[in-house]
Design a protein around this ligand. Structure first.
Ligand SMILES: NC(=O)c1ccc[n+]([C@@H]2O[C@H](COP(=O)([O-])OP(=O)(O)OC[C@H]3O[C@@H](n4cnc5c(N)ncnc54)[C@H](O)[C@@H]3O)[C@@H](O)[C@H]2O)c1
Length: 541
């Protein structure tokens, strides 16, 4: 190069730093910039200048490359156009970050207004390929601008595909990454299937690699081996984060009504789930597959009687180990004994859900004996009857403390296990009375209504951690809580009650247990934040 091109480069991460090094090694006069001091310090390429201030970098650049990680970082870097305004007129901006194509188009307009050329150049191949100049580049931009950027692009890429105007490079890069997700995710999913069939994961992987299944994705997909290559620990976690970002962006590409695209994205999401689990396993050395049905530990509160007992028996039948928690330890012991006698695994735990210390101790005991808890049925509850005007503060507080605060406490105590496993199922037992209102039970009904609202908030907060949260408002289920005496207090006879129900019968605890078993199953991972009425048609949502 006769006169060295002044090449600013902002974002010295796992891809940006090797790109900047490659540019320096191929004759560019590199000004390397990162706002994180440790990244800047780590960039020790001889013959380059380091600069902390992006605007100062822009001011000195004939060409400015950017490889920051997220849309937000890029937007804030561009500063509403101030970055382009700082660049010399006629200079070039080269975007290597994988961001939403629309953002690239917006920024291109700002650059254009400042007299700066703009191209997007999505990059595939990773850091090692960048150092060797063997990246694949997906480029969008006006032909004359792309032509001017060619020295830069040729320094980096063995394949340079110019696919259209600004934005097209990133769109193609997204499609490229969807293929990667399919490859990695499908390989991870198939190894997960091997786990379920009790294969040794690594042995199976090696066997597959020897045959026609061999390929980079299968080789690289997380297994008992640590990932190789740069930034090894947690590399799959960042792979997940990166690919997830791509799926999110790809949603913006698809016309909402395009069913085949929607199906494709749904399967990408499912592939991502496998990558995420593999990443979690990689980080903590935990089991690589989703916990198998037999390996799961469920905690059922209020499980000495009624609905809770039926749920505990049912989940044990599904092969789960069950913590049978109740205030009534004797009753809990009898349920645990029943499960163990049938060849299941259960442990009785005496605790009040309203007492944090008792719950913490009980969960610790369960965890130590049977393993981390990833299924929680918040069933324990109490009722009380009083016309509203006769309600005392004490009665109000007692019902709220057991039903609502108890649900809060148990969920909070169990949550770390689910987060660590990146998988969890929470089912809160609310009440159909909260959907329709019931006289003389306003405190109970209010507590159950709050549980429905809590369910929705938790579903939003915990969904990204692989945890679903739903609630079941039972209709009238025959047991202590719906005893004859209590029906009298509610001023409704058994016959009247049945006449109002389309299915013409009251509920059995097993009706609720069936719905619980479905909600906590592997296949229900797309159901969250829902109210699943099991009420014989009392309430129709
Ligand atoms: N039975 C119904 O018709 C009906 C209708 C709507 C909602 N529900 C809800 O279903 C859940 C179960 O009700 P059920 O009918 O099976 O009641 P149940 O009275 O038969 O069983 C409740 C169990 O919870 C336990 N419990 C109560 N307070 C506790 C505490 N502080 N800590 C630990 N355990 C405690 C009790 O000892 C009992 O074993 C409750 O949340 C209830 O509000 C029941």
């Amino acid at each position: 190069m006769s006169q060295k091109i002044k090449a600013g480069f902002i974002g010295l991460g796992s891809l940006g730093a090797p790109i900047a090094r490659r540019l320096a090694r191929t004759g560019f006069d590199v000004i390397a910039c990162d706002i994180a001091p440790q990244m800047l310090e780590a960039f020790d390429e001889p013959g380059t200048t380091r600069e902390r201030d992006p605007v100062a970098t822009a001011r000195q650049s004939d060409m400015l490359g950017v490889c920051v990680r997220t849309d937000e970082q890029l937007r804030s870097l561009a500063g509403g156009g101030s970055l382009f305004a700082a660049m010399p007129k006629g200079s070039l901006f080269i975007l290597h970050s994988t961001v939403a194509p629309d953002l690239a188009r917006q920024l291109a307009e700002q650059a254009h207004a400042a007299g700066v050329g703009f191209i997007d150049a999505g990059v595939s191949g990773g850091g090692p390929a960048a150092i060797e100049g063997k990246l694949s580049l997906f480029v969008g931009g006006e032909p004359s601008v792309v032509e001017r950027a060619m020295p830069w692009l040729q320094a980096l890429g063995k394949s340079i595909a110019h696919l259209g105007p600004v934005g097209r490079g990133l769109e193609a890069k997204l499609l490229n990454n969807l293929v990667s997700i399919a490859n990695y995710g499908m390989s991870a999913a198939i190894l997960d299937l091997g786990d379920k069939l009790h294969f040794d994961r690594e042995q199976l992987r090696q066997a597959l690699m020897a045959g026609s299944a061999q390929g980079f994705a299968l080789q690289a997909v997380p297994g008992p081996l640590r990932p190789r290559g740069p930034g090894a620990p947690g590399a799959f976690d960042s792979l997940y984060e990166l690919l997830k970002k791509d799926v999110d962006h790809a949603r913006l590409l698809a016309p909402a009504a395009d069913v085949s695209m929607a199906a494709l994205l749904a399967s990408c999401q499912s592939m991502l789930d496998h990558i995420q689990r593999a990443a979690a396993a990689d980080q903590g050395g935990r089991s690589l597959s989703p916990p198998s049905e037999g390996g799961r530990v469920a905690l059922v509160t209020g499980a000495a009687a009624g609905i809770g007992r039926a749920v505990a028996l049912r989940l044990a039948r599904e092969g789960m180990s069950v913590g049978v928690l109740d205030l009534n330890l004797e009753g809990a012991e009898s349920v645990a004994t029943e499960i163990n006698a049938r060849g299941g695994r259960a442990m009785a735990l005496g605790a009040s859900i309203a007492d944090r210390a008792q719950v913490t101790a009980a969960v610790a005991k369960l965890r130590a004996a049977l393993g981390p808890v990833t299924v929680l049925i918040n069933n324990a509850g109490m009722t009380a009857f009083a016309p509203f005007e006769e309600l005392t503060d004490e009665s109000w507080d007692r019902v709220m403390t057991v039903n609502l605060k108890g649900t809060f406490i148990v969920t909070q105590v169990v949550l770390p296990d689910m987060k660590a496993a990146r998988w969890g199922r929470i089912v809160n037992i609310s009440s159909s009375s909260a959907q329709v209102g019931t006289p003389a039970m306003s405190h109970y009904v209010a507590s159950k209504g709050a549980i429905i609202a809590l369910t929705r908030s938790l579903a939003r907060e915990l969904g990204p951690h692989g945890i679903t949260v739903n609630n079941i408002p039972p209709g009238s289920v025959m047991n202590t809580l719906m005893s004859e005496a209590n029906r009298d207090r509610m001023q409704i006879s058994q016959e009247e009650l049945i006449r109002t129900l389309p299915v013409r019968r009251t509920g059995e605890p097993e009706d609720i247990a069936n719905a619980c078993a479905w909600l906590v199953a592997e296949g229900s991972g797309y159901v969250t934040g829902q109210t699943i009425g099991v009420n014989g048609g009392r309430v129709m949502a």
